[in-house]
Design a protein around this ligand. Structure first.
Ligand code: PLP
Length: 381
């Protein structure tokens, strides 16, 4: 039996809702299902305003426009993240000032941010890796004192919290992903959460190709036209219908994922105690949304051997980001500071299969294979 790394879960309602959207005759954006999704997320997480987008990448690109990022502006972000976190700002001419990850957590090391702020700095982009909150009080305090935007890349962080506050609701903006690898999905898909109401109407315009069509449909203007820059960032009703089925099932999806995550943690803890690797640490201010179960191996040889040994047993485990300051595109543009924790996660972090349809026997099997790898001297690697 093969255990994939991820398997998109369908609740069963997706096709019904898509059919409903198709039969209604309205399948372009901002129809009934988009409104239902907006209402769902605004009510549940107290976001001032949400706008569905076609991806988290698009939501990030919208924030770069909303922050008026111009060539020469500086944006502070972790190096250990997905390309889109910073590419959105590079598209507008920003220089990225990369910050190292923490020693015990891949999130941005908040204690290193302030010394990197210059008069050109415009924004800080904390990424809540694995859905575990960054140190938001510290980050928001720096931003307030230096008058910077905070954009939370909450792509992995749906239904996770910082001191009781939903992730994505703390900065000026929060961006979410519903890519098929996330906790709730729509194939491709995303959402922008806007927490400062001053930016709502411009966000609507940017999302609608730079036009005030959204205000027109609400009857606020009598014709619509080109009023700003923008692009086509809104998803069709087919995607929103799919997503609404997932949103309605969020509670039971989360409950199952958390149960699987806890079982992994329990079965892997003895190996961590024996010093073979590190498990994720959930700080007291953060919650776990069970987006990901990662382990940090002691070195890259261990990781390579472990991934191969799991593969031999038909289990697909995968590494994650390559430090962006070392990337082909950005290494020549980076200022040369060493970011050693980011490089360590690049070389040593491995993600284990975690998806709704995984069962407890699968996890008992996966963890026994890992145990074998470390404790059975017959395993040659
Ligand atoms: C998945 C992910 C993205 C990109 O999301 P898309 O919806 O695929 O554009 C951005 N940032 C992080 C941290 C992610 O995990």
């Amino acid at each position: 039996m093969k255990i994939p790394f991820n398997k998109p879960y369908l609740t069963g309602k997706e096709v019904d809702y898509i059919q409903e959207a198709v039969v209604s005759g309205k399948i372009s954006g901002d129809g009934i299902f988009t409104q239902k999704c907006h209402g769902f997320f605004e009510e549940r997480y107290r976001f001032k305003k949400t706008l569905l987008t076609t991806s988290c990448t698009d939501a990030l690109e919208m924030t770069a426009i909303l922050c008026d990022i111009k060539p020469g502006d500086e944006v502070i972000a972790p190096s250990y993240t997905f390309v889109s976190t910073v590419n959105a700002f590079v598209l507008r001419g920003a220089k990225i000032v990369f910050v190292d990850s923490g020693k015990s957590c891949p999130n941005i090391d908040a204690s290193q941010i302030e010394e990197l702020v210059t008069p050109k700095t415009k924004a800080i982009i904390p990424v809540h890796y694995a859905g575990i909150a960054c140190e938001m009080d510290e980050i928001l305090d720096i931003a307030r004192r230096h008058n910077l935007f905070v954009i939370e890349d909450a792509a992995q962080a749906i239904d996770s919290f910082y001191k009781g506050e939903p992730l994505g609701s703390l900065g000026h903006f929060g961006t979410f992903s519903f890519h098929e690898t996330k906790n709730i999905i729509s194939g491709e898909g995303g959402m922008l959460a806007i927490n400062d109401e001053d930016y709502i109407s411009r966000a609507e315009i940017i999302r609608e190709k730079g036009t005030n069509r959204t205000a027109f449909f609400r009857g606020e203007v009598d014709k619509y036209g080109w009023v700003d820059i923008g692009s086509s960032f809104l998803p069709s009703e087919i995607i929103s219908a799919f997503l609404f089925a997932q949103a309605e099932s969020l509670d039971y999806i989360q409950e199952k994922r958390k149960r699987l995550w806890a079982l992994y943690y329990e079965l892997l803890s003895p190996l961590e105690k024996a010093g073979y690797f590190d498990l994720p640490k959930i700080p007291p201010y953060a919650t776990n949304n069970a987006h990901m179960l990662y382990i940090v191996c002691n070195n890259s040889n261990d990781r390579e051997g472990l991934i191969k040994y799991l593969m031999k047993n038909d289990i697909l485990a995968v590494f994650h980001y390559q430090s962006l300051h070392q990337s082909t595109y950005y290494s020549n543009l980076h200022d040369g500071r060493k970011l050693l924790n980011s490089d360590r996660y690049t070389e040593c972090l491995v993600r284990l299969p975690l998806y709704y349809e995984l069962n407890e026997d699968n996890i008992i099997f996966i963890t026994s294979v890992i145990n074998d790898f470390y404790n059975n001297s017959d395993v040659k690697w």
